[in-house]
Design a protein around this ligand. Structure first.
Ligand SMILES: NC(=O)c1ccc[n+]([C@@H]2O[C@H](COP(=O)([O-])OP(=O)(O)OC[C@H]3O[C@@H](n4cnc5c(N)ncnc54)[C@H](OP(=O)(O)O)[C@@H]3O)[C@@H](O)[C@H]2O)c1
Length: 321
């Protein structure tokens, strides 16, 4: 029996991507097998295809680390997940396939109130936003907060969680269309990146969320004394070197974190995902429609994400059997 998957034999442009039948994954006693309904596409998948980012060793390579689906086989030692259960996984390799082997402690149970598509559209970006607020920043109520790239995948979810937690949120975006989108998230104000917004904002914010990287010097400039930058990514490029002595002189701190270091057990995944899903249930997070593309059209999906023209999540959908 074979499964259909998006795969590649060598690193390179979208032209290396192939779609076709491969052998089904085998599971051990501590795994479950998930039949995917939606698979999340992330920028990291493009780096992996190009060969510039860690990818699971496999012949052929299969990209993708997050998806939603139904458990279709359960290992002998697994007790907390059952056949037919709908589940999310966000840190599991070889996800660009109809069938994915998932270690049972990596399973995230999903509430009946959310569709597979909704859960997939929150996935990794939602858990990132949740850990940035609750693990790294903490106690954001009443704080003046700046979010770079607020209309991005993580940015939109982050903004809504911050607003729900009582923070006063300002965002930065690149275009008027993204500004309108961000303004609909309940935030205080949204500045266009190519304006001189930072001059009027020097020493203004208690917290700055910086997933753009190149913006780190600006983030420190607009931070109050005793403020904190939450530095979590380099979507715009690597930041320049920062002098810790200069930070000390103004009591400014940079906090960093990688979600994978926080998703370290079944319980950690459950607690964080339940907290996240509650924001959706209370309508504090509103989900924008995702772009759904067949897994077989993976090449076009990679092209769309690489073009920078997409807004919101791109989900890959396996063909139904
Ligand atoms: N630490 C973790 O555990 C973790 C986990 C997941 C993701 N991340 C990181 O989170 C970040 C966002 O990921 P995502 O999935 O939300 O990606 P995304 O949807 O592509 O969003 C990226 C955002 O970065 C902004 N941006 C790009 N270039 C910029 C520049 N030169 N200056 C300022 N802003 C710039 C864009 O803003 P405009 O569209 O307005 O230009 C866009 O909103 C990435 O850096 C990713 O690596 C970190």
């Amino acid at each position: 029996m074979g499964m259909r998957a998006l795969y590649f034999n060598k690193f390179g442009s979208v032209d290396v991507l192939r779609y076709g039948e491969l052998a089904d994954p085998t599971i051990t006693a501590s795994d479950v097998l998930v039949q995917t309904t939606y698979i999340g596409l992330n920028y990291a998948d493009i780096y992996r295809r190009r060969g510039t980012y860690h990818i699971e060793s496999h012949d052929p390579y299969i990209d993708g680390y997050e998806g939603v689906g139904t458990v279709v086989a359960v290992g002998a030692d697994v007790t907390h997940v059952g056949l037919g259960e709908r589940v999310l996984f966000v840190d599991v390799p070889l996800a660009n396939a109809e069938l994915v082997r998932v270690s049972a402690d990596h399973i995230i149970q999903v509430p009946d109130s959310l569709s597979d598509q909704d859960v997939a559209s929150i996935g990794l970006q939602g858990l990132t936003a949740d850990f940035l607020v609750h693990d790294l920043a903490q106690n954001v109520a009443g704080k003046r907060v700046l979010v770079h790239g607020i209309s991005g995948g993580v940015g939109q979810l982050l903004a809504q969680i911050l607003v729900a937690q009582g923070a006063e949120v300002t965002g930065i975006v690149s275009t008027p269309a993204k500004q309108r989108l961000a303004q609909s998230l309940g935030v205080q104000q949204v500045f266009l990146r190519n304006t001189d917004w930072s001059t009027a904002c020097v020493a203004t914010f208690d917290l700055v969320f910086d997933g753009a990287g190149v913006t780190l010097p600006t983030s420190l400039r607009v931070l109050k004394h005793r403020g904190r930058v939450i530095f979590y990514g380099m979507a715009g490029g690597n930041p320049p070197a920062i002098d810790p002595v200069a930070l000390l002189a103004e009591s400014k701190s940079i906090l960093t974190g990688d979600l994978w270091d926080y998703l370290d057990s079944f319980a950690a995944r459950q607690t964080r995902s339940q907290r996240l899903f509650q924001y959706v249930a209370r309508q504090q997070i509103k989900l924008n429609p995702s772009t759904i593309m067949p897994l077989a059209a993976g090449k076009a999906a990679h092209q769309l994400l690489e073009s920078g023209k997409s807004t919101g999540k791109i989900l890959l959908q396996p063909e139904s059997k």
